[in-house]
Design a protein around this ligand. Structure first.
Ligand SMILES: Cc1cc2nc3c(=O)[nH]c(=O)nc-3n(C[C@H](O)[C@H](O)[C@H](O)COP(=O)(O)OP(=O)(O)OC[C@H]3O[C@@H](n4cnc5c(N)ncnc54)[C@H](O)[C@@H]3O)c2cc1C
Length: 299
């Protein structure tokens, strides 16, 4: 089922059909406060009231024109400006293909650098998401070229990739900051671990490296390493240090407990019109979520 859903996440016909169906749009609301920045900011205020800061990300990937890339950069500038005007504690997270990586590394580097310059000079940390394995080399190159160990700029690494232990060592060696996740894409056996047991073991090992870094060479870094996961059992086995980040709408009952024990915690809010591939990846993580889609058929 996971593999079928991940294949479906890349199907343009299904994307078009899903966007037209009211019941799918209703089901998506479980993971997303809405399609607009206003709705994302309203959700950020609600979470701030519960003591939870946020990461904001506009949904979108595989952008195919320079004009569209400029619109994305402008959008993130307004995310930074509006968040600061409204007194919110935010970070932003961006996908390289939303910033034109498919159009070439130079275009993406220019866009990411304009966006990062605006955010970082306003004191807003920036995260770079990691997409499927065909983009990992280019994404790491982009990160390396923009990395200034004094600036809060982080990159996501995926525990399921065979290459990640070496990438983690290189990023930490360069003074970078990491958000570790299990990995959300469909990858072949020669590229990624396949079973959940193997992925969990890899996550645990790599998370241990992040904890060690935080008590050693990375102690004074401007941005804390992050574990992006909802796997409470796994997270409870990891020594204090990294911040925990979860996605909006997932494992909400665990959030107050995480805050109670004092672990740094943030919720990533995704919003925007281009929700289809992202939403189907969320379904693939937990196929039981399909039940929510089925229930949403009822108005
Ligand atoms: C802050 C953050 C940033 C991320 N950034 C990236 C990225 O840049 N690149 C990338 O490849 N992946 C990214 N991911 C997704 C990640 O790779 C996993 O696919 C996702 O987090 C599910 O894995 P898990 O660690 O929660 O563990 P799982 O073993 O998948 O889940 C553990 C438990 O959490 C709950 N849960 C997990 N997912 C769902 C869901 N969709 N719906 C309902 N319950 C669920 C279930 O109870 C499940 O049993 C990110 C995740 C987070 C939290």
């Amino acid at each position: 089922m996971r593999s079928l859903l991940l294949k479906a996440s890349r199907n343009p016909w299904l994307a078009d059909q899903a966007r037209r169906r009211g019941f799918v749009r209703r089901a998506v609301r479980r993971f997303m406060p809405g399609e607009t920045l206003d709705e994302a900011l309203a959700a950020s205020h609600r979470l701030a009231g519960e003591g939870i800061p946020v990461v904001l990300t506009q949904l979108g990937e595989n952008v195919d024109s320079a004009a569209a890339v400029s619109r994305v950069v402008d959008h993130y500038r307004s995310v930074v400006d509006r968040s600061l005007e409204e007194g919110l504690d935010v970070q932003v997270s961006v996908k390289p293909t939303h910033l034109g990586l498919d159009l070439g590394e130079e275009i993406c580097r220019g866009a990411l650098s304009r966006l990062a310059h605006h955010a970082l000079s306003a004191g807003v940390p920036v995260w770079i998401d990691m997409e499927d394995s065909s983009y990992v080399d280019a994404t790491l190159d982009l990160y390396r070229s923009l990395l200034d160990p004094g600036a809060p700029l982080g990159i996501c690494l995926q525990a399921y990739l065979h290459r990640t232990p070496a990438d983690l060592e290189a990023v930490l060696g360069a003074g970078g900051t990491v958000r570790l996740v299990k990995g959300a894409y469909r990858e072949p056996e020669d590229v990624a671990l396949q079973g959940s047991g193997a992925v969990d073991a890899a996550f645990l090992h790599l998370a241990g490296e992040l904890s060690l870094d935080l008590t050693g060479p990375g102690a004074g870094r401007p941005l804390r390493h992050v574990l992006g996961s909802h796997d409470i059992d796994l997270l409870s086995q990891i020594a204090d240090g990294p911040e925990i980040q979860m996605l909006y709408g997932i494992r909400t009952r665990a959030w107050p407990k995480i805050l109670e024990v004092g672990t740094p915690f943030r919720v990533l809010i995704s919003y925007g019109e281009q929700w289809y591939p992202w939403y189907v990846r969320r379904l693939a993580e937990r196929p039981a979520n399909l039940l929510f889609v089925a229930r949403s058929v009822l108005p």
